[in-house]
Design a protein around this ligand. Structure first.
Ligand code: ATP
Ligand code: MG
Length: 392
């Protein structure tokens, strides 16, 4: 029995002339995600990618789980491929779907015939297959409105495919087709979700994390690595820059009014991230900010941080409530990691009474005072001193 995974393209289908690029990117991403499981053949045809294992003993359950997280896929199913011959189709339907058919009480057959040369029309294929199923599994009855299982028979150009349940894919657009952006990742709940959402729109991500040892621990950095590993199951491989931020943070504490600590820190993060973004050819920064969530995320505060970035700052969570963000973070399995209690560089230096309506001019002055304690190229030097790690 030749088992395959059938993948239905998502939004890709809409992309007109770009369609081929999108399909190629999707196949590349699919390949990248499962290549270590064994050798596969990939066939593109009629808005579908067929993934067929070539080497024996491949863990198709694992491949299927991984492919559920690849953006650009609307739906996917485990299928069996066979010759376009009714006897074969009837035989394999009963063998391949035996367990699901045994477990069901009602069923329906749907047939799709894209090869119009196939001698039977779709209703005839359905009728024959349905009759065979009733004969082999006499406990079943047909229910066309609300069946326990839908048996799909697809007659395509090269062969026939039979499958049961179709699972919803991750949706979105294949990662990499929209360029690259730089994700500012903390150890919190929000930024990993922001990374996931941007990747979903076809953007590949490079990440930057600001660490302030010894105020922040090695464990806090490892937490970020584990978060990104989860995000990478959707976004593909992520390159992470970890920026040594201690000296600058100490200077902020020494030279800034306390109420402006966070804003000046945010601005320096933006500036250093822009240096790294340029090096990596990233076209935007991405943060996990959401309007009004905390003092540093009021409109005025966002104006202050935006002003420090020469690149557009994407904030995919801007209009979301915390519980909406948490729902996504549970889905992508970052939530339990995010809530582990390690100090982040933001929490270590949190002011007691942050400015809710900051004055940009004052913030810039405070920042200038901090930077005047260093040589002129301090931000570039700090960016260059980052540790680099590939994750995923
Ligand atoms: P998160 O849950 O992502 O930490 P948050 O709601 O706690 O977000 P803040 O701590 O104010 O918000 O941070 C806002 C955004 O700034 C974060 O979403 C992230 O994009 C960025 N950021 C904060 N701290 C760091 C850090 N140490 N390194 C890199 N980026 C950071
Ligand atoms: Mg945080």
């Amino acid at each position: 029995m030749r088992e395959t995974i059938l993948i239905k393209n998502g939004e890709i289908a809409l992309k007109g002339l770009n369609r081929k690029n999108f399909e190629d990117a999707l196949v590349k991403n699919i390949r990248d995600r499962i290549y270590d499981l064994g050798e596969f053949k990939y066939i593109k045809s009629q808005s579908t990618v067929m993934v067929e294992p070539l080497s024996p003993g491949i863990d198709l359950d694992e491949a299927f789980e991984r492919l559920k997280k690849v953006f650009g896929i609307a739906a996917l199913s485990r299928a069996v491929a066979c010759e376009k011959d009714m006897n074969e189709i009837l035989h394999y339907t009963c063998v391949f779907l035996k367990d699901s058919l045994m477990a069901a009480k009602t069923f329906k057959v749907e047939a799709k015939r894209s090869d119009k040369k196939f001698p039977l029309k779709s209703p005839e294929i359905s009728a024959e297959t349905g009759a065979k199923i009733l004969e082999e599994f006499p406990h079943l009855t047909v229910d066309v409105h609300n069946p326990d299982i839908i048996v799909m028979v697809e007659i395509r150009d090269r062969e026939a495919f039979i499958h049961g349940e179709q699972v919803k894919g991750a949706g979105g657009i294949p990662v990499g087709t929209g360029g690259k952006a730089m994700l500012l990742i903390s150890g919190g709940i929000d930024s990993p979700v922001a990374g996931y959402m941007i990747a979903k729109r076809g953007i590949s991500i490079t990440a930057v994390h600001f660490a302030s040892p010894p105020y922040t621990s090695e464990l806090a950095e490892q937490k970020v690595h584990r978060l990104l590993k989860k995000v990478s199951e959707y976004s593909g491989r992520i390159k992470l820059y970890t920026v040594p931020f201690t000296e600058l943070q100490e200077a902020i504490r020494a030279h800034c009014p306390e109420e402006l600590f966070t804003l000046v820190m945010r601005r320096l993060m933006m500036k250093i991230s822009c240096v790294l973004a340029e090096k990596e050819d990233c076209k935007a920064l991405v943060t996990g900010e959401s309007l009004g969530q905390v003092a540093s995320q009021t409109l005025g505060a966002l104006q202050c941080t935006d002003d420090a970035s020469v690149l557009p700052v994407l904030r995919p969570l801007i209009g979301m409530d915390k519980d909406e963000i948490v729902t996504i973070s549970r889905k992508i399995e970052t939530f339990d990691i995010s809530i582990e209690p390690f100090e982040d560089c933001c929490t270590v230096f949190t002011p007691r009474h942050p400015r809710l309506k900051p004055d940009l001019k004052r913030v810039i002055q405070a920042e200038e005072k901090v930077l005047s304690a260093f040589p002129e190229d301090i931000l570039i030097k700090t960016a260059e001193a980052s540790k680099v790690l590939e994750i995923g």
